[in-house]
Design a protein around this ligand. Structure first.
Ligand SMILES: Nc1ncnc2c1ncn2[C@@H]1O[C@H](COP(=O)(O)OP(=O)(O)OP(=O)(O)O)[C@@H](O)[C@H]1O
Length: 235
């Protein structure tokens, strides 16, 4: 599904965020974990071509480069860690609808899909609200709705549960569990990761420390030496 070949990403000519990273991601749900600043967000954003890099990334065989970005971004939905980077229309309804409208989908179909997505995420009451005036958790849910409503083949989700209350968090985990798409999560929510993933990639300073099944999430020593803690259920 996603092949990452010797990728390096350096910010401002000095900060090496990803360091000669090579891996293949082809399991249904993969978590990328690691301490703050380890390179998780940079790795996800590189898959949708947001950074200059050396090396190459292939998404189902298609190389991430300028001429392919349109096709790749149609297939790959990306949820920003900070919902303020995702929401730019006036109302919640317009924001969730934005991608569908720009694909030229008929307005009545758009309305139907937006309504269904809002209802699935329990945010129908927000549809007429101004995006800028939502709470952090509400913004997260709206941003996620805007990504999911496009039904992309691959979902890249950066901290999808970060601002959510326990009820909304559980709802999102259940929705993610039920989705047919491949999902790559960057997260510090290791309890969620344990519930969802088939594979875990632990990174540190832009390099892979370990890749394996979710038993990685039960290795206290390994997690602690990488600035992480066991999921709550194992503490
Ligand atoms: N726009 C940027 N300009 C300069 N440096 C950046 C930029 N974005 C990230 N970095 C740096 O790149 C490194 C990797 O950051 P990144 O956001 O990918 O880490 P992360 O693992 O997602 O962190 P967190 O868990 O805090 O979200 C860090 O050292 C960070 O300070």
């Amino acid at each position: 599904m996603i092949q990452i070949n010797d990728v390096s990403i350096v910010y401002d000519h000095t900060i090496t965020a990803i360091n000669h990273l090579t891996t293949t991601i082809n399991t249904p749900v993969t978590a990328i974990i690691g301490e703050n600043g380890s390179g998780k967000s940079t790795l996800l954003t590189s898959i949708v071509g947001l950074h200059p890099m050396t090396g190459s990334i292939l998404v189902d065989g298609l190389e991430v480069k300028k001429e392919n970005l349109h096709t790749i971004r149609k297939r790959v939905g990306y949820l920003f860690q900070n919902p303020d980077h995702q929401l730019f229309m006036n109302t919640v309804c317009e924001d969730i609808a934005f991608g569908l409208v720009s694909q030229g989908i008929q307005q009545d179909v758009v309305d139907e899909k937006v309504q269904a997505m809002a209802s699935q995420l329990h945010i129908e009451d927000l549809l007429t609200r101004n995006c800028a005036k939502l709470s952090g958790g509400q913004k997260s849910l709206v941003a996620l709705a805007g990504v999911l409503v496009m039904e992309p083949d691959i979902l890249l989700l950066d901290e999808p549960t970060a601002f959510l209350d326990p009820k909304a968090r559980r709802r999102i985990i259940n929705i993610l569990k039920s989705l047919p798409q491949s999902i790559i999560l960057a997260t510090h929510d290791l309890d969620m990761a344990y519930d969802l993933v088939d594979e875990v990639i632990l990174i540190h300073k832009g390099e892979i420390i370990l890749k394996g099944d979710k038993q990685i999430l039960t290795n206290k020593e390994l997690l602690e030496s990488n600035g992480l803690e066991l999921p709550l259920r194992f503490q």
